[in-house]
Design a protein around this ligand. Structure first.
Ligand code: ADP
Length: 198
């Protein structure tokens, strides 16, 4: 099962001309780009997106910074844990404390101007992706490198459930077939025996 997550390249990233470099970080990790577009965010959508910060003194400042220019919203996808993988690549909120090697650690000196937003859980990712993308803006396609990115059992991780359901369907179908056959042959037998009984 593929997991999707939302990444927003913040205005500071566009202002500094880092869009290509940051997208490249996620791509070279092996995450598949499933959707991408440029949008000008509004105070309304940001109030919803950053609702968890509404009591903070910097709430309006953070929203204002997100409206300086358009942002790039991306949907990245990978087999389970894509959300966590993207958060790990991104690093902690404060760029000054983020470890070198993480995106914020390599490109940010700020708590606020920290290059990207990344969903913090699969549940949040689902809500956030719906906030920024229409269903037909997310694309399903197979990458030729897929088989080289994952081991078979990683790709099939979620499939046992499906296989189990299929097995059950097969067993029930076989049992039904056997019952029908038994009933038919029983009736045949009775029909054949009928003249003898008379
Ligand atoms: P994250 O983006 O790491 O998930 P939060 O959801 O807590 O972090 O905060 C959203 C954004 O608000 C941060 O990415 C950052 O731009 C800004 N922010 C959060 N905390 C602060 C802070 N103490 N000072 C300035 N900006 C902050």
């Amino acid at each position: 099962m593929m997991e999707k997550t939302l990444v927003i390249l913040k205005p500071c990233t566009l202002q500094r001309g880092l869009v290509g470099e940051i997208i490249n970080r996620f791509e070279r990790k092996g995450l598949r780009l499933a959707g991408m577009k440029m949008v000008q965010l509004t105070d309304e959508v940001l109030s919803e997106h950053y609702a968890h910060l509404s009591s903070k003194p910097f709430f309006q400042r953070v929203k204002d910074a997100m409206m300086v220019c358009p942002v790039i919203v991306c949907c990245f996808e990978g087999v389970p844990d894509a959300v966590q993988v993207v958060r790990t690549l991104t690093g902690p909120t404060n760029g000054r404390l983020a470890a070198p090697g993480t995106i914020r650690g390599d490109y940010s000196m700020s708590f606020q101007e920290n290059i990207v937003h990344a969903s913090d859980s699969p549940e949040t990712a689902e809500v956030e992706l719906k906030r920024f993308f229409k269903p037909d803006e997310i694309f399903e396609y197979k990458q030729a490198v897929f088989g080289s990115l994952y081991a078979n059992d990683e790709i099939l991780k979620e499939k046992p459930k499906k296989r189990m359901i299929l097995k059950c369907v097969k067993v029930v179908a076989a049992a039904a077939f056997a019952l029908v056959s038994l009933n038919v042959s029983g009736q045949d037998l009775l029909a054949r025996q009928a003249p003898i009984d008379r």
